[in-house]
Design a protein around this ligand. Structure first.
Ligand code: FES
Length: 148
């Protein structure tokens, strides 16, 4: 783990890379940003742990806890809310049998909320891992979940 973090940070040395980009890269490689990982990032960037932890815990796309294989994020911003994102959320909770912030027993899905995904024109929208889906209906949700 330490070697992975070191490699990512060394690769950015010549650039003024924002901490958030480094944390994304580290998360992509290691799955999530555990306390141990954040301490190593802080050490190699020579930053206070509080600053690294602050960035990691502020952004919804960065995870400081271990999640399921697939993360389902429901957009809760106003345009999606108006178009029924809470119905989508209710359907997902029922389909997956979990609440927001929880992971299914088989570790396949975690359910979270997120702010605008940038596709308000097709609201309500969700994101599963890196894939965004819009114009959601109950039937469409079922089909989407079956893909994973
Ligand atoms: S408000 Fe949901 S995608 Fe923009």
């Amino acid at each position: 783990m330490e070697a992975v973090i070191k490699e990512i940070i060394v690769g950015y040395e010549s650039e003024k890379t924002p901490l958030i980009s480094i944390l994304h890269r580290v998360q992509d490689k290691l799955g999530y940003l555990s306390e141990e990982v954040l301490k190593l990032v802080a050490k190699y960037l020579d930053l206070p742990l509080s600053k690294v932890y602050g960035v990691a815990s502020f952004y919804t796309l960065l995870d400081t806890e271990e999640k399921g294989e697939n993360i389902v994020r429901v957009c809760e911003s106003a345009p999606c809310h108006v178009k029924g994102s809470m119905n989508v959320l209710t359907e997902l909770k029922s389909e997956l049998g979990i609440d927001i912030g929880e992971t299914t027993k088989d570790n396949k899905f975690s359910l979270e909320l997120t702010s605008c995904l940038g596709v308000c024109g097709v609201a309500p929208a969700i994101m599963v891992n890196d894939q965004v889906y819009g114009n959601l209906t109950a039937k469409k949700l079922e089909e989407i979940l079956e893909k994973y």
